[in-house]
Design a protein around this ligand. Structure first.
Ligand code: GSH
Length: 228
């Protein structure tokens, strides 16, 4: 019997990884959507789904899964019956496992700090000269060098994996699913350049041209959800 899958999707969130994952595997799922409050925080209804109130939450036969890396791993282990995304060998499996930890464990941190400094700059008008100095220091001493460090590393991973434009092995894997979100944000926020990141830019194009990715976008749009 096929599982009952419900994706709890907060607008402008990492849930875009999971809807894409479900589309790649051709799984049936219900989409429940949530709008952020004016403070950008998730609404109380999402906290009723899971006490952390973060998105994505994936419900599988009533079991509530959190953390996008874990969700990607779980879904591939349980439902990738035709080995569409699963690793072809042990070495690739290790690389994918590392990617699932790396994306949320390290890459997202400087991006979140950069998001906070942007908010700091929008503080009370009269305080802005000082706020800009504080934000600028945090950006130049931590956020920007660490974003660049992570992007250079990802650029190298893509280069090392060869000409198929993907992160691990010969076909799309969980590593591609998990790295897409920070890389899309990197592009949105102008951290990428053709001189320094040609492989990342090609990767983004390759992914965005996939049928499953487009189907996910259509479903997001029809449900009134937008990307960050
Ligand atoms: N590491 C978690 C992060 C989850 C998370 O922070 N999600 C954000 C959206 S991208 C969220 O729910 N924000 C709303 C809030 O914090 O209230 C994951 O990968 O799932």
């Amino acid at each position: 019997m096929s599982p009952k899958i419900v994706l709890h999707y907060l607008d402008q969130s990492r849930a875009d990884r999971i809807i894409w994952l479900l589309e790649e595997l051709g799984l049936d799922y219900e989409l429940k959507t949530y709008k952020r409050g004016r403070d950008m925080v998730s609404p109380p209804e999402l906290k009723r789904v899971h006490p952390l109130g973060k998105s994505p939450v994936l419900e599988v036969d009533g079991k509530k899964l959190i953390e996008s890396g874990y969700i990607v791993d779980y879904v591939i282990r349980h439902f990738d019956n035709n080995k569409v995304l699963a690793a072809d060998n042990e070495e690739d499996a290790e690389k994918i496992s590392l990617a699932l930890h790396h994306a949320e464990g390290s890459i997202m941190t400087p991006f979140i700090v950069a998001l906070i400094t942007t908010k700091i700059r929008e503080g009370p008008f009269l305080a802005r000269p000082l706020l800009n100095i504080v934000a600028g220091r945090v950006e130049s001493s931590y956020a920007v060098p660490n974003i660049n460090l992570q992007l250079d590393y990802l650029e190298q991973l893509l280069k090392d994996n060869g000409s198929n434009g993907l992160f691990v092995g010969e076909h799309l894997t969980g590593a591609d699913i998990i790295y897409m979100f920070p890389l899309r944000i990197a592009k949105e926020r102008n951290f990428l350049s053709i001189q320094r990141h040609p492989n990342i830019l090609k990767y983004l194009e390759t992914i965005q041209a996939r049928d499953a990715y487009k189907r996910a976008e259509t479903r997001e749009r029809e449900a009134g959800m937008s990307k960050i």
